[in-house]
Design a protein around this ligand. Structure first.
Ligand SMILES: O=C(O)CCC(=O)C(=O)O
Ligand SMILES: [Fe+2]
Length: 272
């Protein structure tokens, strides 16, 4: 979870069995029209009850991932089978999905499922780890080209990437001769996202290292990310005292009264 807070994504290679992935690929090819907006907002448990697409997200391992991030009974937001035709040499612009979003704590997840082997030649999706705290409204980042630290998703069939809804991403060109699919599903939480995962190791000192690891694209301004990660960690663990390297405690020291100042010794009363 600390890694998700820092990087904005988790990677699960080959988590879906090959047979099921093949079925999904066929289903996506057969039914290209997905009218997702007809069911937006419904409980996810009511979606794809009799469809192979539902089978992948109801595998116990995948349900566990979903529950750890957005809790039980998430709401279905939307999904889309993203296809890139063979020989499509144009990349998609950098963007974040469906973001007119002023939330600061709760987040949705997006599951990027790759039903077939996706080598670099076929594009994959390009993501920017750690970008989720830089909220962008849809495509205002579209003029960027390559960003230090960007990660092209190259994976085997059956792999799943689960991201924070605001991760920056874009489809890559498909230089292969094969049609390429990526199925994306977005889910909204219906509970407060607090301690939803296995928290047995919450006091492990490694958590601090994971949270504070810097991303190569930020420069010194990455301190903004460090502060925002601490804030998100406080929220997720319901611990308002968590801090790392004094970042938040420093700015929380706001004595408000004369008495407080005297007590803390910060200010001496000279009788003025
Ligand atoms: O096809 C992809 O890899 C990404 C597509 C996408 O993110 C979108 O169209 O919103
Ligand atoms: Fe997108």
């Amino acid at each position: 979870m600390a890694s998700f807070v820092n990087e904005g994504y988790l990677r699960f290679d080959k988590i879906i069995p090959k047979k099921l992935s093949d079925k999904v690929f066929k289903e996506l090819k057969k039914n290209p029209n997905h009218k997702w907006w007809l069911t937006s907002g419904k409980p996810f448990s009511e979606i794809w009850t009799n469809n192979v697409l539902g089978d992948i997200f109801r595998l116990p391992k995948v349900e566990g991932i979903i529950q750890s991030l957005v809790g039980p009974n998430p709401r279905y937001d939307h999904h889309f089978p993203h296809r890139v035709e063979p020989g499509k040499l144009e990349a998609q612009n950098w963007h974040a999905d469906s973001i007119i979003d002023t939330r600061t704590k709760h987040f949705d997840i997006q599951l990027f499922f790759f039903p077939q082997d996706t080598p670099r030649q076929m594009g994959g999706t390009l993501i920017l780890p750690g970008s989720h705290f830089r909220k962008v409204q849809e495509s205002e980042i579209s003029r960027y080209q390559n960003i230090v630290g960007q990660l092209p998703i190259v994976c085997k069939a059956g792999s799943l990437f689960v991201t924070h809804h605001n991760i920056w991403h874009c489809a890559q060109p498909n230089r292969s001769r094969k049609l390429r699919f990526m199925l994306k599903l977005r889910l909204n939480p219906t509970v407060r996202q607090i301690n939803l995962w296995n928290t047995d190791d919450l006091n492990d000192p490694e958590i601090d290292q994971i949270l504070m690891k810097s991303q190569p694209w930020t420069g010194v301004e990455g301190r903004i990310e460090q502060v925002l990660r601490i804030k998100l960690w406080r929220f997720l663990t319901d611990n308002q005292h968590f801090d790392s390297r004094y970042w938040l405690t420093r700015i929380e020291n706001e004595p408000t009264t004369f008495f407080d100042n005297q007590q803390s010794g910060v200010y001496e009363n000279k009788g003025v």
